[in-house]
Design a protein around this ligand. Structure first.
Ligand code: SF4
Length: 501
């Protein structure tokens, strides 16, 4: 976080980018991309960009800010073409600058390539060093530029962007869901573990769409076809849609936080509607962490479906006790504690009439550092609640993320430092109940083998280089053995295959 800035009372694990792509000759592709990005705004609010190709040329526009701030009629009018990609960014690797905004553009001997990335490479530093030693001068500090420059260099060698992407995939380790644009082709790529979501839609028989979440397909009227498979490269061009498995998947490891908090509730990921997944978590939480109370209230917005599930299962009435203002900036300067507390008030205001004299169950999705939760609990008490019982639809958050969610270092995670009773006292709740990992899996109805649960278990499905892992663990070298022993082994990678749709 930048000094002097405060993330308001949103959940403290932050989103990490939305990507979009469309092959649509005859369509207003820049406006459709704009609408798609609008639907993906929740995944990143720092910058937005669209790259449009006309068959001969790629035009790029990107700026810091929300989609609605970055693009106006005039800008969209200038972005004319038949195919496009777009991006909304929340930084994970690299700082918050225009140079790190996306899509990014590079040249190869056959033309230009634009790239939009959601995820995080765990071997980015080694790859960056390699590029710099080979004489590349990188302008940004993100792993996304490393990926783009690697593709451009490989395309120079192979003579084809598609082959270059396929070759680079075997060198990238970590989480990546990409959309890639050339003058006449849009591609979508997902890492072999499928950590971040990426789906394919069809607007009509000639128009194919790629998006981080299915809600972006819905808003432009496209039908959901299927997910881009783990290790798969999807290519949309004048010949239609082609699907090519480049790296068969050792195992799937979809980020469980997509279901818990990050994705929009109206999106579908791997066949599961996110709203239903969250409601299931709330039902399971009510079974495992019951409490005698008068009303169940959500922390808006992501706590809503789990609170509905909790109320349904427990038989307690559901109520709206906190009203969220959706129209304030995400961050702002906060010079002292009084203004910091006021910041939470500006975002969330209690509904006194719903809380006064009542025993309240407050349902939320996670506790990262605990500071925001404490302010919300205080706010509910100040509004006259007799008791505040906090129920969290995720298990205790103990380990940092290396795959594209911007969380704290381990020492900043309250769940890594404190027992549940101590966390309860720190946030000022009467009782605190977390979901167990078993409860999480039961509530979601998804197999453990299909998910990344590393935030809760410390078992990272994609091996992480020692220096990268240590950078977030705040460990002494002597503690490394224990930390590294918690990784899961990676399975062997079978040979590539190709299919056509
Ligand atoms: S470590 Fe946590 S946030 Fe990161 S991908 Fe895994 S489950 Fe998601």
């Amino acid at each position: 976080m930048e000094p002097g800035k405060l993330v308001l009372a949103s959940p403290e694990a932050r989103e990490a980018c939305g990507v979009f792509g469309i092959y649509g000759p005859g369509e207003d592709v820049s406006r459709l991309t704009y609408f798609g990005l609008f639907a993906l705004q929740h995944r990143g609010q720092e910058s937005a960009g669209i790259a449009v190709a006309s068959g001969r040329e790629i035009t790029l526009f990107r700026e810091m800010g929300l989609v609605s701030q970055v693009f106006d009629e005039e800008t969209l009018e200038r972005l004319t073409g038949d195919l496009a990609i777009g991006h909304t960014r929340y930084s994970t690797t690299g700082s918050t600058t225009l140079a790190n905004s996306q899509p990014m553009l590079a040249e190869w001997r056959g033309g230009k390539i634009a790239l939009a990335h959601n995820g995080n490479l765990v071997n980015a530093k080694a790859l960056r060093d390699e590029l710099e030693q080979a004489g590349e001068r990188l302008e940004a500090s993100s792993d996304s530029e490393v990926m783009l420059r690697m593709i451009a260099r490989e395309a120079d060698r192979a003579g084809s962007v598609e082959e270059a992407v396929a070759a680079c995939m075997s060198r990238w380790a970590g989480a990546y869901s990409l959309t890639i644009l050339t003058e006449d082709t849009v591609m979508a790529v997902r890492d072999p573990y499928g950590v971040r979501p990426l789906c394919i839609g069809r607007l009509n028989s000639d128009v194919h769409v790629f998006a981080s979440e299915s809600c972006a397909l819905n808003v432009i009227g496209a039908d959901f076809l299927r997910e881009v498979g783990p290790g798969e490269l999807a290519i949309a061009d004048a010949d239609g849609l082609r699907l090519r498995v480049v790296l068969p998947s050792p195992r799937q490891a979809v980020c469980v936080f997509e279901y818990i908090y990050m994705a929009r509730p109206d999106s579908q990921i791997e066949g599961h509607l996110v709203h239903e997944a969250r409601r299931g978590l709330g039902c399971q939480l009510a079974k495992d962490q019951p409490v005698d109370a008068d009303v169940v209230i959500p922390v808006p917005d992501t706590g809503w479906p789990a609170a509905i599930g909790y109320a349904e299962e427990s038989g307690l009435p559901f109520g709206e006790g906190l009203i969220k203002n959706r129209y304030i900036p995400r961050t702002f300067i906060q010079p002292d504690q009084r203004l910091r507390d006021l910041g939470v008030r500006i975002k969330l205001n209690p509904l006194r009439e719903a809380l006064q004299g009542r025993r309240v169950v407050m349902v939320d999705d996670s506790i990262v550092r605990g500071t925001t939760k404490r302010r919300i609990v205080n706010m509910i008490r100040d509004a006259g609640a007799k008791e505040v019982h906090v129920r969290i639809s995720a298990p205790v958050y103990r380990w940092p993320c290396y795959y594209g969610v911007d969380t704290s270092n381990r020492s900043e995670l309250i769940g890594a430092r404190c027992a549940v009773d101590d966390i309860r006292d720190a946030i000022g709740a009467d009782t605190l109940g977390y979901q167990s990992v078993q409860g999480l899996l039961r509530g979601l109805g998804i197999s453990r083998r299909k998910l990344c649960l590393a935030c809760f278990t410390g078992r990272y499905p994609i091996p992480i280089p020692k220096d990268v892992k240590l950078s977030k663990l705040d460990l002494e070298e002597s503690d490394w053995r224990q930390a590294s022993g918690e990784e899961e082994a990676e399975a062997a990678v079978p040979s590539p295959t190709e299919t056509r749709e």
